[in-house]
Design a protein around this ligand. Structure first.
Ligand code: WQD
Length: 310
């Protein structure tokens, strides 16, 4: 297996730890998807059977401020990757998409055939890439493409060796909360307490990151059946509010999380959660970790690595 990353928002240390956990070696090459010459050399050297494409900027708020970075990195980077794959006749790909392609859903739970409509540049880049992939497969039906729409991945490997390590100030709820709990930050701001939900705070479908990883392995297996383009939600089907997450984290870890309810964050939808049945049926994949496990594993990672990998 070859890992390719530009390390713009990740650390090589995580790969050292993956090798420690698995006892397997992996090859790493630092490369930006926009560096077509080096990317071409990597594919020529290693000739992979398939690509699992995670590379992308993914902060909703940041994409509102720097949309061009998102289109250049996410869309142009993927176009370069696909060109290099075509050059090397490699036509199997699993793509990391997102529930943000559904925008602010009118009906819940969200199924794969729910209306699409991004409400921020990040989601629009994912939607554009999905369309690129669909058009590519129409032009050449020998492509096999799995599009996985993640809901809210959280948690960490149970060893506490690898976990979420955002650079700078975390934009996502779980890493910000664990940094407050470990004393790296003073208190959590809860963005909005007046939404039309059970307790006024936003509802999301939080899914353990290891369950998400297992979904990718199932998707890779599925590609060997030459399915063409397949699209699946990776969620649990359970929605939890921000306050529920805070209370569950405190109950699971015994750690208090000081917080205050502040104004809403622009672009947030009130409630988003998945209908995960299609992935369960097609991929024979079912998430197994509940909220308590997500909180415990996130906390173990943060406690062992108060300053992440640095
Ligand atoms: C969750 C809830 C915030 C931070 C994420 C990813 C996106 C996509 C979908 C994969 C919201 C609230 C947050 C904080 C808070 N996943 N919140 N205080 O916005 O659902 O998007 O999942 O592609 O890439 O970013 O996740 O964790 O930012 O927010 O109150 O300090 O927590 O308002 O209601 P979001 P999030």
């Amino acid at each position: 297996m070859v890992a390719v990353d530009n390390l713009s928002n990740s650390s090589k240390e995580s790969l050292n730890r993956v090798q420690k956990i698995t006892g397997k070696t992996l090859t790493f090459v630092q490369c930006d998807l926009l560096d077509r010459a080096l990317l071409g050399q990597i594919f020529a050297d290693y000739q992979p059977d398939a690509v699992v494409h995670f590379a992308g900027l993914k902060a909703v708020g940041e994409s509102m401020v720097n949309p061009l970075d998102y289109y250049k990195n996410n869309v142009c980077g993927t176009a370069t990757l696909l060109e290099v794959m075509v050059e090397n006749s490699i036509k199997n790909i699993v793509f990391s998409s997102s529930c943000t392609v559904y925008g602010a859903p009118k009906n819940l739970p969200i199924s794969e055939n729910s209306p699409l409509g991004a409400v921020n540049p990040y989601g629009q880049t994912k939607l554009t890439i999905e369309q690129m992939l669909k058009d590519l497969q129409v032009s050449d039906t020998s492509w096999n493409i799995s599009i996985l729409r993640y809901f809210n991945p959280v948690g960490a490997h149970q060893s506490g060796e690898i976990g979420e390590n955002p650079s700078g100030t975390p934009t996502n709820l779980m890493p910000y909360m664990t940094q407050v709990a470990v004393g790296e930050r003073k208190e959590l701001s809860v963005f909005g307490g007046d939404y039309p939900t059970k307790d006024g705070t936003c509802v999301r479908d939080y899914i353990h990151v290891v369950d998400v990883a297992k979904g990718h392995l199932k998707a890779l297996e599925k590609l060997s059946e030459n399915p063409g383009v397949i699209i699946h939600n990776l969620g649990t089907g359970q929605g939890h509010s921000v306050l529920e997450i805070i209370h569950s984290f405190e109950a699971s870890t015994g750690q208090k999380v000081p917080y205050k309810i502040v104004d809403r964050r622009p672009g947030d939808a009130a409630s988003v959660y998945a209908n995960p049945q299609l992935a369960e049926l097609d991929l024979k994949w079912k998430p197994s970790s509940g909220l308590r496990r997500m909180c415990e594993d996130s906390w173990r990672w943060q406690l062992k690595n108060p300053k992440g990998y640095s």
